[in-house]
Design a protein around this ligand. Structure first.
Ligand code: ISE
Length: 333
């Protein structure tokens, strides 16, 4: 079976997904690229070797020659498009966040439970990153003893003009919210959030520093800096009672020059997590053929957005804020 994928959204991430699906995946073909801007859709489709371009995402979802949907459009469109995929009974890989609104995520979870089948995978691709997978194995295998703390740094070179202050928490940090749950196997139950008083005054998105607590009493600190300027830099370390395990960022070469020895930072997340995206997308296609869901579910998407909403409240109030995670429906194991 070749899975005919309809891609919705031909921006930075959508174009990257188009190339992965169209040029690299086994068992899938890029059937159509959809974007509100037809020129942008055509540019991505041409790069990926796809001949069909559309501007109406709901027509793509309904199309009889599209088997599955990858949503890479702006965050606020994710909810309605995912719901349309569930209504059409089509598997969907929705880029994070599932929705910036927890209420919309609840609606999606309820629709999937009513459908009685896992159709939604959320694009928390770090679950497929080799470093994070080794870190998780160190926890689940007891190598470092009981995990006590998780340190997370998430630094972008610079934030785009449309990136507002709370998006450090609602758009970037969901990666850490999800990977913390994935690595530790625990829910986050409270969050306290801070911002440095010395953040650069010339606009832009100031760094956010959060301390989360898990149901097992572990601590997770998350720094998100969308204007780090020096490079795209994501780090992680789990501290256990008997040891620690840290992420080793992939370096394919080192440069020795003028008395220096160095490796280079990626400019953004696409090269830094290139293997994770490819593993995620291939696993998604394979899951459609096998019928065995993989990766982050709509439930995980709801949890990440609930944590984000609590984080925004915590930053505004300056108070430790509880995270109310509801009971997990049986559909999600
Ligand atoms: C972006 O949407 C991503 O998913 C990247 O992984 C993250 O580093 C970036 O901050 C987000 O805006």
């Amino acid at each position: 079976m070749t899975v005919r994928v309809g891609l919705i959204g031909a921006g930075v991430m959508g174009t990257d997904h188009a190339l992965i699906i169209g040029r690299e995946l086994h068992g899938a073909e890029l059937a159509v690229v959809c974007d509100a801007d037809p020129a942008r859709a055509k540019a991505a489709a041409d790069k990926a070797g796809c001949s069909r371009v559309e501007t109406d995402p709901f027509a793509v979802i309904a199309s009889h020659d599209v088997d599955a949907i990858l949503i890479a459009s702006p965050d606020q469109t994710h909810g309605p498009l995912t719901l349309a995929c569930i209504s059409a009974g089509k598997p969907v890989l929705c880029e994070k966040p599932l929705s910036p609104s927890a209420e919309e995520c609840r609606t999606i979870v309820a629709a999937e439970v009513k459908a009685g089948k896992r159709l939604v995978q959320v694009g928390f691709m770090r679950r497929f990153d080799p470093s994070y997978m080794e870190m998780r194995n160190a926890v689940s295998g007891g190598t470092i003893g009981k995990a006590m703390m998780l340190h997370c740094f998430h630094r972008n070179v610079s934030a785009p003009a449309w990136f507002t202050g709370s998006m450090a928490i609602t758009n970037s940090a969901p990666h850490e919210f999800d990977i913390a749950r994935f690595l530790l196997g625990e829910e986050l139950v409270a969050v306290t959030a801070f911002q440095p008083a010395v953040a650069r005054a010339e606009g832009g998105v100031a760094p956010v520093f959060m301390v989360c607590e898990t149901a097992a009493g572990q601590l997770v600190n998350i720094e998100v800096n969308n204007n780090a300027t020096y490079g795209y830099d994501v780090r992680g370390e789990i501290v256990g009672e008997e040891g620690a395990v840290s992420m080793a960022a992939p370096a394919h070469s080192t440069l020795d020059l003028r008395l220096s020895h160095s490796t280079a930072y990626a400019a953004d997340w696409r090269p830094r997590f290139a293997e994770a995206y490819r593993r995620q997308n291939q696993a998604w296609v394979n899951s459609i053929v096998s019928g065995q869901p993989v990766g982050a579910s709509a439930w995980d998407g709801l949890c990440a957005t609930l944590i984000a909403e609590a984080g925004v409240k915590a930053l505004a109030s300056g108070q430790r804020t509880a995270i109310a995670i509801p009971a997990r429906p049986p559909l999600y194991g």
